[in-house]
Design a protein around this ligand. Structure first.
Ligand code: NAG
Length: 327
């Protein structure tokens, strides 16, 4: 059923034109010319807010719009103007992150997949992928993990040797803390370790142009490799929903729905527990009221009995005599 939802979303999205991608089409042509002259195309991926556009602008000396929350233009692919680095022409491709405010994760994946498969079909290969991650994050957020898992399936194991896992925002966190986090990232089997074990580089970006270029230089000596999603869509003619990345997104969506369900269950259990507690309190109160009532009745009865006491009103020795008689 969720696959069906995904397919519907993708189909629906295919009918719409992504809003802000107009100008990047002209750049594509330029990028393709350069690619033939030993140009180099590198995609920059990673969660929203990991510094993708900032990195691309810094490295390429361009001034593309940096997303700040509600900007829908950042949910499109942006191809930066090519720039020269060590006699090579480098084209950086800024990609949208998941968890976008204006587009669903399925739409974002569709934008990525469409661009990647069009480029591959046109014979333009990626020389590398830079995957950015904020080292300033205290812990890996749900969206960071989700983004990485989808990325892993998008890229595939074979292309991991052409990936640089780059941590950003080193300047906004204590170095020792950041280094400890970096160690943790590679230690966790579910995260960077998976990529690094398959040949991905683990690098740091310190927000300088030197650092950005040093990262890109790492790709100059390599050769392009297709990403798994490119092979699956173009070579194997798979539909996006059936690709590894599509299936992963499906799983993520399902998990989110389940998490939501679990949350609801917990809330419901808490509500039931509260009702039980309130009922118990009401029962105890009723019992106490009843006991008090019984006591009051007994007191009244005692009072009545006292009022009805036959010796009432007698005094002195007569009363003593009466009371002795009553014992
Ligand atoms: C940033 O990184 C570059 C390249 O790795 C290095 O040359 C430079 O010294 C670093 N700058 C700072 C301020 O850490």
């Amino acid at each position: 059923m969720f696959t069906a939802i995904l397919k519907f979303v993708l189909l629906y999205h295919a009918l719409l034109q992504p809003g802000c991608s107009g100008w990047s089409k002209g750049i594509h042509a330029a990028a393709s010319d350069l690619n033939e002259k030993s140009g180099l195309a590198i995609a920059v991926m990673g969660p929203t807010g990991s510094g993708k556009t900032t990195f691309v602008n810094l490295a390429s000396g361009s001034n593309m719009h940096v997303g700040m929350g509600l900007q829908s233009c950042t949910s499109a692919i942006q191809v930066a103007p090519p720039f020269a680095l060590d006699d090579r022409q480098v084209t950086l491709i800024d990609t949208p992150g998941f968890d976008d405010t204006a587009k669903s994760d399925a739409q974002i994946l569709e934008i990525l997949a469409t661009h990647l498969s069009q480029e591959y079909q046109a014979g333009r290969r990626l020389s590398g992928v830079i995957y950015l991650h904020r080292i300033s994050d205290v812990r890996m957020s749900g969206i960071s993990m989700r983004t990485f898992r989808i990325f892993r399936q998008l890229c595939g194991d074979t292309a991991m040797t052409n990936v640089a896992m780059v941590t950003t925002f080193w300047e906004s966190v204590d170095k020792a803390v950041a280094e400890a986090r970096e160690k943790e990232l590679v230690g966790q089997h579910t995260f960077f370790k998976h990529a690094v074990d398959r040949g991905a580089q683990l690098l740091r970006h310190n927000d300088t142009i030197e650092s950005a270029h040093a990262i890109i230089r790492g790709f100059l000596g390599g050769s392009p490799k297709p990403l798994l999603i490119q092979e699956q869509i173009v070579d194997q003619q798979m539909r996006l929903a059936d690709t590894s990345a599509g299936a992963e997104l499906d799983r993520e969506m399902l998990e989110q729905i389940e998490d939501h369900g679990q949350e609801k269950r917990i809330l419901q259990e808490e509500a039931e527990e509260e009702i039980r507690e309130r009922e118990e309190q009401a029962r105890q109160k009723a019992e106490a009221d009843m006991a008090r009532h019984h006591e009051e009745v007994a007191r009244h009865q005692r009072e009545i009995a006292r009022l009805q006491h036959p010796c009432r009103g007698r005094r002195g020795m007569r009363r003593v005599a009466c009371e002795l008689r009553e014992l």
